[in-house]
Structure formats: C-alpha cells, structure tokens
Design a protein around this ligand. Structure first.
Ligand code: GLC
Length: 746
C-alpha cells in the first residue's frame, strides 16, 4: 500500500513538473516574430466568414452608447462571427461571454473587449478638458494608468481613448473629452494618455490598448454642431488637427477610430487620404483602425456610398480594419471578395492587425487572464486610486478670479452658506463618458466642505434653483442663507449631459436661472465664491464683473467635492491654467488664441477686425489661471540671437514666487514666426512646465527651441523652417508675457 501511495505521489510530482513549463509558457510574452508566425498560421486555418468575423465589433448593450441594432450577439459569438465586443465589462460577465467564443466557435479565437474608459473606469477622474487644465502630462498619464488597472481587472483589454480632437468651438459638446484648442498641448496630453493606458507592455494584465480618436478633424464641425460637415485646407489639417494623432502614433497607440464627419467631402470612414496616405504610407501605423458607431452605413446617409455593399467596399478600401456595430463587414465583405472587388489578401492584412494585438495581449495563451474577480475586487475604487483621483482633481482646478484674496476661506469660519443646484450633486460630478462610474461613489461639494471645516462652523445648504428651468422659488431661502453667512459658496454650471456626444449648445451662458441666483446672492452683500462645473467654456461675463472669487472645476469625478474643499480652504493652492479660451459672447466663436493677425488686427478704432458690440478680447485667455500666491518673471534670455534652420537655441527666464504661500506655476513659452510664405499665427505654444515654488523662491526655467518647434507646411506644403525673424514670449498665460526675439538664417 505504502509503495502504491509513493508511486502516485511521484507521478503527481512529475505531472506537476511537466505541466509547470506550459503554465510558465502560457504566461510568457511572445516575441514579435513568434506572434507573426502564429498569426500567419492561424489565418491560414480561417474561413472567409471567420475572417470577417474578426473584423466585426458589436455592443453587448450592457450600457448603451448608440442605437441598439441586435440582441443575438451571443449566438453570433458562438458562430465565430464576432471578433470584439464593447460595452460589456465585469470579470464574471466577460468570462461568461469569452467562454462562448473559446468553447463554441470553431477556432476558439478569444474576444477583445473594448469600452469608453475616457477619464476613469469606476474611480472617475476629471474630464479630459479638466485634466488638460493641469498642464501636467504626468497627471494625465497617472489618471490613464489607474483607469487601465481598473479596466483590465474587469475583463477589458481596450479603451476608446484618448480622444485627441482639437476643439476651437465651445458650442461643440465633445470639447469636454479632449485637451482643448491647442495643438502642442494636445500632442503632449495625447502621448501621455497613450502611455498611461498601454504602459510598457500590452502583455501585462494591468494595461490596455489605447485608441486615438476621432480620426480626423471631428472637432472642426461647422457651427459646433456634432457630426456636422468639416471643411478645411490640408495645411490647417496637417498643422493644427493631425499632430495630436501623430503624437499618439509616436507614443505607440495600438488603434485608431475613424470619425463620423466628412472631411472636405469624403467621410473619414472612407477617407483614403487620411488612412492609406497619412496613417499607413506616411506614419507606417501597424495597429488596427476601427470605425465609430455605425459610421460605415452612415456613408450612405452622407451620400458617399450608394448602398450597404458600396459602404463596406469604401471602408475596406480606405483600410478600415474593424466595423463597429453595423455588421456590414460581416454581411457584405464575403460578397465583395467572391465578386473579386476586394482581395482576400486585403482582408488577411486587416485580420492580421487585429490578431497581432490579441496575441500581444496574451489572449490566445489565456483568454481569461483579464477576467479576474479577485484582482477586480482589489483594484476597483481602491483608496490608492481615489487618492490619485483627488490629486489629479486638485491639479485640474483653475482659479479665475480672487478679489481681495477672499479665498482661501478659514476652516474655522462661523457661518457658511452653500448654495446652488450642483452644491450637493453627486451624479453630475461624473461628467460625460464616465465609464462604469456611479454617482453614489462621488463626494459632493457640500460633503467635501463638511469634512473640511471646524465642527463649530454653521453650514446652511440651500439648492436655490435647478440647473435648467426658470423657477425662482428657491431664491428667497438662498438669500436668507446668504444674509446669515460670512461667505456664500455658490455651485453652478452645466449638467453632465450638456456636454459630450450629441450635446452641442447654441449658447454658452449658465443654463436656467443660475445667473439670477448668483445675482440674488450677490445683492445680499455677503461675499460670494462661485464654483463652476461645466464641460466647456461659459460666457460668465456678469460673474466676472460682480462675483469676487471664481473657481473653474470642470467635472472632477469621484473625489471632486474633496478636491474643491481642499482648494476652497487652502489645503491646496490652485495652479491650473485654461486649455481653452473663454470668449465673452458665443457670437465671437470660433475665438482662439493662436489666430492669424489679419491686415487690420487692432481692437480699437473703426476699420479693424473686431465687434462693435462686444470687446474683442477673451474673457479669460488661453493659458490663464491665478494662484493664492503671485509670481514675477524676469531675465528672459536666449542663448543666441540667431540660429540656422537646423540649429536649436536655449531660452531661460527667472520666475519668482513673490507671495507668502507655496504654489505651482505653469511657465509657458510661445513663439511667433513674423513672416512666412503663408501667414503664421500671432503666437504658438512651444513649451510649458508646471513647477512648484516655495514662498520667495526663484527658479531659472529653461526651454529648448528646436527646428521642429518652428516648422510648418509652407506655400508648397513642404514641412520646413523658413528663415526670418521670430518672437519669443514667456509668461504665466498667453497674454501677460515677457518677449524677445531671434533670427533664423538659412
Ligand atoms: C460613440 C462615440 C465614440 C465611442 C463609440 C463607442 O458614438 O462617438 O467616441 O467610442 O461610440 O461607444
């Protein structure tokens, strides 16, 4: 008996030993070469139907981000007709659906799970426009890294982010999802977010594929109306709108998403110039391109494709690899191949791009490695993630006004009124595209304030008004609360669904009667602090005139109330800067800082480029933001007064914290190319550094200007530096600057 036991134990030990390498193997990242070999071998086994199945992305409708078309996706998964699924998450649910693919379809190719993790998965961070206001790419990278960790623990391997669309029109609701109006800031934020999502290895189970969207120029929709026509010169496209997409590519972004809009008459989803010419031939992109939601059949509606077959043909001819939600690749490509209109070799290229990433993710080795209930429990809403969200939120807040240093408030304040429709609102802190975020997880401003002030502080909360509507019923109660208070904090702005997709606004005013609520509080004579929550610049000209202190807080996510309280009561000195210009009136739009000079630029006098009824300056300029301390700039120097076209020069400036409180300052460097073969903008951001200063501390801040900082597409569309005079501006925003100059010689 004993010897039998011994033999069994020995056999078990051998089996374990033999099995171990396989397990280790299953967890070992494959080399590029091994992946290519496996992809080619797998493609050879696949039927045409299975191939177009891999090119098909369906929604599970667990959450809805567009029209629901089908509910039989589980059957289609089993038939091997679905390569990827979106809007499905959770370790158990993704594991369940993955089993359908792996155990029922003929080749068992695992699904790829995608989702709109735009600014956080369950721990929600500030909207990207808010994160951009931090002017700190490391903040965006950190935020994306946390989002990836939470997503990858909940069964996801792919996010439809970063959105890198340049937006110069605040009427466009999706301005909330990007990094604002400037190309250079947009490039830095795009690269940072790609690195945050993808980390150093896609094989790691805490990183996910990123997706640069919406390719391209979606933010230039005429009238700021979502999905509307885009028409621009190729020069403007290449100099303003494409660079953030190129920055994403250079950062290694795994996928792109085509945009809904047409560009110069050709819908992006069928645009060979954007995809074949730029993305593949010029940029050598080797990941895959997915369409936006049903944007293939929408080419019929655009009037660019005559029917579904033609739409599928035009998409695949423009190197689209994956069809989101329409099912037209599934239904039409086999026909097109049989008719010889599309070659199977072309399909094989698309399938290879998709499978290569599935192998990189380790899905073929272990299809369930991302659906991990234990890791999900550890990661989701962890204290570490919430602390990260609070740090990022604080850095995203912009102090727009602070008359007589009303802020920061004293934590021992006796009587405080907290007023407004967003003061105790948890849901709207999520902002648009909030992933799996839930309102109940969020700290409201009122809760943040209650946690911050002394137990003796008497807080009176009055909602006072709704976000929309014209009822002033709550005004009396609000005024009463303000009268009894030493200070009134009034929290106003937009609802989260007033920005994001399909949420363009024709006005930029505070919605409803919120401005009247502010006036009512102002008339009590109690000093007021306006805390604004919004997804776009708002024309708050009255508040700028009458309200002593104004905080721009965007939609800050899970820790919003705590971050705002940190700033209100001085535990954090705000250092954010605007990533987008605030116009005085919606009639000025588009109104952006890096505009051309025109032949009549003066703001005064009659015959000049201006409005006769609105001041022709920004309410708050690009790059603007105050602090609880003050900074001075001095000693702007250049390492040389002239440089050749392939040279570089150093810029230095002394910045001093002239106040008695530590704080961050974003030192900004702009250039102006005075004369070109085509006209050049009056200024362009070409460097920025967010630095911390102790009281009285002076730092000499250094920048380098390289030829790439001076290049543009000249009259012949050659991308080059043109010799001539340049100006250099350095300051704490785009308007209050020191300036000097240099010359570029041939
Ligand atoms: C939406 C959006 C896009 C999103 C996709 C999937 O229509 O335009 O940004 O990633 O559909 O939800």
């Amino acid at each position: 008996m004993k010897s039998l036991k011994l033999r069994i134990l020995t056999l078990l030990a051998c089996a374990l030993f033999l099995f171990q390498p396989f397990q280790v193997l299953a967890q070992q990242q494959l080399s590029e070469k091994e992946i290519d070999q496996k992809v080619n071998t797998l493609i050879k086994k696949m039927t045409l139907q299975e191939k177009v199945g891999q090119m098909t992305l369906f929604t599970s409708d667990m959450t809805v981000t567009g029209p629901t078309i089908r509910s039989d996706y589980e059957k289609l998964i089993k038939q091997g007709k679905v390569g990827a699924l979106f809007n499905a998450y959770g370790a158990d649910y993704t594991r369940k659906l993955q089993k359908l693919a792996v155990e029922n379809s003929r080749l068992g190719i695992p699904l790829l799970y995608g989702y709109d993790v735009i600014h956080g998965f369950r721990t929600v961070f500030p909207i990207p426009l808010g994160e951009a206001a931090s002017w700190d790419p490391s903040v965006a990278q950190k935020s994306a890294g946390v989002a990836a960790r939470e997503s990858a623990a909940a069964g996801l391997q792919w996010t439809f982010a970063p959105m890198v669309d340049i937006a110069r029109d605040p009427r466009w609701g999706r301005i909330a999802e990007g990094a604002g109006e400037d190309t250079y800031l947009g490039e830095k934020m795009a690269a940072a977010r790609v690195k945050g999502f993808q980390g150093n290895s896609l094989f790691a189970t805490n990183t996910i594929l990123a997706c640069a969207k919406h390719y391209a120029a979606y933010g230039a929709a005429e009238g700021g109306r979502d999905y509307n026509t885009v028409n621009m010169s190729i020069r403007r496209l290449r100099d303003v709108y494409l660079p953030p997409f190129k920055a994403a590519k250079d950062a290694g972004v795994a996928t792109y998403m085509t945009s809904f809009n047409e560009l110069n008459g050709v819908p992006a989803t069928g645009n060979k110039f954007l995809m074949n010419q730029v993305l593949h031939n010029e940029w050598n992109f080797n990941g895959f391109v997915v369409t936006d939601y049903t944007s293939i059949p929408e080419m019929i509606v655009h009037g660019f494709a005559k029917d579904e077959t033609d739409a599928a043909y035009k998409a695949v001819e423009a190197s689209v690899d994956m069809d989101m939600q329409s099912g037209l690749f599934l239904s039409e490509l086999p026909k097109l191949i049989k008719e010889g209109k599309v070659s199977e070799q072309q399909i094989n290229k698309a399938v290879a791009r998709i499978l290569r990433l599935k192998y990189k993710l380790g899905l073929l080795q272990d299809p369930y490695r991302y659906s991990d209930a234990t890791r999900q429990k550890q990661e989701i809403l962890s204290d570490e993630n919430k602390q990260a969200a609070r740090d990022v939120a604080r850095k995203s807040i912009v102090l727009l006004k602070n008359e007589n240093q009303l802020l920061p408030l004293d934590k021992n304040i006796k009587n405080l009124a907290v007023i407004g429709p967003l003061a105790d609102d948890q849901e709207d802190l999520l902002g648009p595209w909030s992933g799996a975020g839930r309102g109940e997880d969020n700290i409201s401003v009122l809760s943040g304030i209650k946690a911050k002030v002394s137990p003796e502080t008497n807080i009176t909360y009055v909602k006072g008004a709704e976000i929309t509507g014209n009822s002033e019923e709550g005004f009396e109660e609000a005024k009463e609360a303000a009268r009894k208070a030493d200070v009134a904090v009034v929290v106003v702005g937009e609802a989260r669904n007033m920005s994001g997709e399909a949420a363009s606004r024709a006005t930029l005013d505070l919605p409803g009667v919120q401005q009247d609520l502010l006036k009512a509080v102002h008339e009590t004579g109690t000093p007021a602090v306006m805390v604004m929550m919004n997804g776009r610049p708002l024309t708050i000209t009255w508040s700028d005139k009458y309200i002593p202190s104004i905080l721009e807080t965007w939609f800050l996510g899970t820790e919003g109330g705590n971050a705002i309280a940190d700033v209100l009561f001085g535990d954090y000195n705000p250092g954010g800067k605007l990533p987008v210009t605030f116009p005085r009136h919606v009639g000025m739009v588009p109104y952006y800082y890096n505009h051309k000079n025109t032949g009549r630029p003066k703001a005064e006098g009659k015959y000049n480029s201006k409005y006769i009824d609105v001041k022709n300056t920004a309410l708050y300029p690009f790059g603007y933001g105050l602090s609880y301390t003050t900074f001075s700039y001095d000693n702007l120097k250049l390492s040389k007064k002239s440089m050749s076209v392939d040279d570089s020069l150093q810029v230095s400036v002394d910045v001093e914290n002239t106040g008695n409180r530590a704080g961050d300052e974003v030192v900004q460097l702009y250039i102006r190319d005075l004369v070109g073969s085509v006209t050049r903008p009056i200024e362009q951001l070409r460097g920025f550094k967010r630095l911390h200063f102790e009281p009285g501390e002076t730092k000499t801040v250094h920048f380098t200007l390289n030829p790439d900082d001076l290049k543009f597409h000249d009259i012949n569309m050659d991308y080059r530096v043109e010799p001539g005079q340049f100006k250099v501006f350095v300051g704490g925003n785009s308007k209050d600057v020191l300036q000097t100059g240099f010359e570029v010689t041939q």
